[in-house]
Structure formats: C-alpha cells, structure tokens
Write a protein that binds this ligand. Structure first.
Ligand SMILES: C[S@@+](CC[C@H](N)C(=O)[O-])C[C@H]1O[C@@H](n2cnc3c(N)ncnc32)[C@H](O)[C@@H]1O
Length: 373
C-alpha cells in the first residue's frame, strides 16, 4: 500500500455552519468542496494542506487522510498498521499521539486498536508515542473501514496567534468569521460591534478587508511532517496577499467595560490592524451612528444569564434595538443569542434566525435583519 499524491482533506468546522465553511473553501479555490456533518471534504496535495491552514478563517482544523483499509479483527489491524507507509508522511524524531474512534465495526475496542497502532508506529517507524504530543494521528474505524488522518493544524485554528487578551465570554475567531460570512459581510463594508468584548468581530472584519491571512503568525503541526519543505512554505507565506494599504473604512468596537476596550486595543496592535480599527468605552444606549455609508452592525451580546438576571438582559436587548432603530437606518444588523425572546426584545423589524449552533453548552443562533428602514 502506498499513500497517494493527493489526499482527501477534511476541514473540521462548527456544526450548523458547514455550508458557510464550504462557501469559503470554494471561494479559495479548493476543488468541489462537499459538506458532511461537522465539516467540509475536498481533495488536495500537501501544498493545499498548508494553504488551507494559512487562508481559511472558518475551519477549526485541517485533517489529511493519508490512507484507509478494511479491517475486521485486531490481528489484521496489527499487520496492516505495521505495513502502512508511515515514513511517507511522519518523521521518526517527532513524537505523536494516536486517537482512535470505532463505530459500527467488528473492532469496537478503541483502546486496543490504538495500542496496535502505537506499537506499529514505535517499532516500524521508530516514533515516540506521547499522549501530550502536539502532533495527532486520528484514526476512525467505521463500518469496518479504518481511515487514517493526520491533524495538520495542531492547535485549533481559532488561535490566530495575535490574541493575548480575552474577556469572559470571547467568541472564537473561526466562529466570528463564519458568522460574518453568514451575515453577508463583504470586504470594505463598515462594521460596528457595540458590545465588542475583546473585539473579535471587528478584528476579523478588518483583517479580511486588509487582505491578511488568518494563519500568518502561527505555527502548524504540518511543519513537523516528513512532507514539509520550509522553503516552499516560506514562499507560500510570502506570496500571501500583501496587506491592502488602501484598506480603510469603519471598523468600530465599543463596550461599556473599560478592561474589554484595553484588551481589544492590545489585540488590534498584535494583529497589525490598529490603524484600521477604533475601540472606545461606551454603553450601547450611547452608541452614535458614524458618518459615511451604512454597513453591518454585528454583535454577541450577553446571554445565558440565570433567571434573576433575565430582566436586565431584556432591558439590554431593548436598548440595543432602540438605538439601532433610531439611528442606523440603512444598516443591516446581525447578532448572536441563545433565546428567541431576547432576540425579539430588540424590536428590530424582519428578524430572521439561522440554524442552532452549539456554543458553551448552549444553542446559539445568528439573528439578522435586512437594511433597517
Ligand atoms: C459575550 S461578551 C462579547 C464577547 C466578544 N464577542 C468577544 O469576542 O470577546 C458581551 C459583552 O457585552 C458587554 N456589555 C454588556 N452590557 C453592555 C452595555 N449596556 N453596553 C455596552 N456593552 C455591554 C460586556 O461588557 C461584554 O464585553
């Protein structure tokens, strides 16, 4: 058995937003991206793997399927695992860990299967198995088909490598990027988040307009693989779209919490978009419409409070809606919340809700309006 030159790639994403991720993958030229539960499948070579990690804003991880075989019992698994051409993709000097899941298969004992793989990797390849290793081999045995994938990202891709500071309930960058896309955000469009916390929506939007790649500042697990070529990777990174110097517009965040504003400013510096964005301490009821064309108000207000605090939340959503209805004619509004009742407390006209998204133990949705009257 040998590994192919192009592989099946799996971009793991946020359940409920797979189609949004598929559209992003298509826009970046990944061929025929298909939605499957939990992500998007496409094909590509190692360069495509690196590029996916570098450019995709909505993917959580990039998995590459390096091989598969049918297997019905552990002795057979042992034999196939020993014969597998590990050295084509893995390096003996890089420790790794193995994760196995079994479903609807004769082999149902994931731990026993993992042991077979671990032994094969250490005895045939000479690799050290370490449960804390950054590099992870993900093996799925489903319907007696064993599929072997490498997680080429390492740390989740929401860690762009810029954010030093986060508040109490930060939105993941990957999720924020998917919501921006779901809200129809186009580069250059003004964006305001009046409850911005650490500034995730505003920073993602400004980066998109500036043409910055989300993975420009971080390391990836694929750098530890046998297929890695540092020169080619450097060339790919350098070829990445240069920052669009003419990028400008309104990327504005505010929050009533002074600490959140300090964090958002520090994050903007680290992401190299400080000159594009502005953050100010301000309660949502004091928000002022900026001069210039209408754009998108997008926010992640507080939600999920205990019963006693519900009244305050209803008042907050009411104030949010009132400010927007009074001053933001022509702007579109998108916001994330866990409760229909809170969404409708805004009094915003024509609210439509997206699919439920699991988030911090709750189900959240993106609620959207068209241009406000
Ligand atoms: C869920 S957090 C937003 C997190 C943010 N999306 C991020 O990624 O860090 C909600 C934010 O709303 C702010 N907030 C609550 N009430 C507010 C009000 N009346 N005016 C402005 N901001 C408010 C809180 O300070 C908090 O930072």
């Amino acid at each position: 058995m040998s590994t192919p030159d192009t592989f099946e790639l799996f971009f793991t994403g946020t359940p409920g937003l797979e189609e949004v991720l598929r559209d992003e993958a298509r826009d970046h030229g990944f061929p025929d991206p298909r939605v499957i539960p939990g992500g998007v499948v496409t094909r590509g070579d190692w360069d495509a793997v690196w590029r996916a990690n570098l450019v995709l804003r909505g993917a959580t991880r990039v998995l590459v399927r390096i091989g598969s075989f049918r297997v019905f019992h552990l002795a057979q698994l042992d034999k196939r695992a020993r014969k597998f051409p590990w050295a084509e993709s893995l390096r003996p000097d890089v420790p790794l860990r193995v994760e196995v899941t079994c479903r609807k298969s004769k082999i149902y004992h994931a731990k026993a299967a993992a042991q077979r793989f671990e032994r094969a990797l250490s005895e045939e390849l000479g690799a050290q198995i370490d449960p804390k290793a950054a590099l992870c081999l993900k093996i799925r045995i489903e319907d007696d088909l064993c599929t072997i994938s490498i997680d080429t990202s390492g740390e989740s891709l929401h860690k762009r490598g810029h954010k030093a500071a986060v508040g109490k309930a930060p939105m993941r960058e990957t999720l924020a990027a998917l919501f921006l896309r779901q809200a129809g955000y186009v580069p250059g469009e003004p964006v305001i988040d009046p409850m911005c916390g650490s500034g995730t929506f505003v920073l993602e939007a400004a980066e998109i307009t500036a043409g910055l790649n989300p993975g420009r500042s971080r390391d990836f697990a694929f750098e530890q693989l046998a297929s890695f070529d540092a020169d080619r990777w450097q060339a790919m990174r350098a070829k990445a779209p240069e920052r669009a110097t003419e990028a400008q517009g309104v990327y504005q965040g505010s929050d009533r919490n002074a600490g959140a504003i300090e964090m958002a400013k520090a994050n903007a510096e680290r992401a190299d978009v400080a000159d594009l964005v502005s953050f100010a301490q301000c309660a949502v009821s004091d928000l002022q419409r900026p001069e210039g064309p209408a754009g998108l108000v997008i926010s992640n207000p507080p939600y999920g409070a205990r019963i006693g605090n519900k009244k305050l939340l209803y008042a907050l959503y009411g104030a949010f809606g009132q400010t927007l209805r009074d001053q933001f004619s022509g702007w579109r509004v998108a916001f994330v919340t866990s409760e229909n009742g809170l969404a409708h407390a805004t009094g915003l006209p024509g609210l439509k809700s997206g699919p439920p998204i699991p988030h911090g133990g709750l189900k959240i949705r993106l609620f959207q309006t068209g241009p406000l009257p």
